[in-house]
Ligand binder design. Sequence first.
Ligand code: F6P
Length: 341
Amino acid sequence: MRIGVLTAGGDCPGLNAVIRSVVHRALTGHGDEVIGFEDGFVGLLEGRYRPLGLNSVSGILARGGTILGSARLERGRLREAADNAEELCRQYGIDALIPIGGEGTLTAAKMLSDAGMPVVGVPKTIDNDISATDRTFGFDTAVMVATEAIDRLKTTAESHQRVMVVEVMGRHAGWIALESGMAGGAHGICIPERPFDPADLVAMVEERFARGKKFAVICVAEGAHPAEGTMDYGVGEVDKFGHERFTGIGTRLAVELEERLGKEARPVILGHVQRGGVPTAYDRVLANRFGWHAVEGVHKGAFGHMTALRGTQIEMVPLADAVVELKRVPDERMDEAESVF
Ligand code: F6P
């Protein structure tokens, strides 16, 4: 068989581990050929690809980013790809495509699959918000980075008797904020699933100061927002890829708290630091397993499906199940964390 692989959407630690695993399993397990398209679906449309042999993936297991490059595809060009799905396969002589990506990529993968392309997807996102899989690789790394930031912010916050507001990624779901906030012991956690009232955060900080703990760290997801009428805050605009752009809730909240509390507050925006660098061991293992199972899925003809972690097992689930809605933090998980506002 000849298998195409690509990485699309925002990058994520562990992508290279999947690519490596796909190549290893395909070449040594099945005697297949693998080609890698550059810059996601853009490379597929523009005919930019290269053969991937064992040496091309040597030494990339622990490397962040993606050796293939990644890009978001505008919706119009995606339609173009779907309209030419079968022709594209003939053109490159591929028997299957393994796209590795988040919700947008998996939606695109489903479109291509519906249009007749043999596709087996692999889910990725640091946000951990893809339905139908318990976890995505990249998430563990992002949580580790954000947790370390909270640990570090606590010591400087205490020295200066300040409130630190650390903004982490998570456009529509607050998994990173929830888990790094729990792991780092943030005094307040704000996530998109539950609009917060800044007055509650003020009360929490005042209570801490009153009992002698004269600092606080608040972990806020970039997609978190105040409850209506509680604070002046505009929601982001939608860009040409259909993604909401946020206007800096971390900074806005720090300013708001400083004004209401009359105490110093500082914002820290972690941003893409959470997406760069080496994946954790957990993410490497999950990425490896996804790659291995994606190739097996191709050989079993599980097209229109993607790899998913269910409990401890990797299963193939329909792409339709993954893109139907995002996986958001349930109330029970917020309650367990105790500091979600
Ligand atoms: O979806 C993953 C993610 O990291 C989000 O948490 C974040 O909002 C977005 O990507 C950032 O995208 P970009 O790299 O296009 O700025």
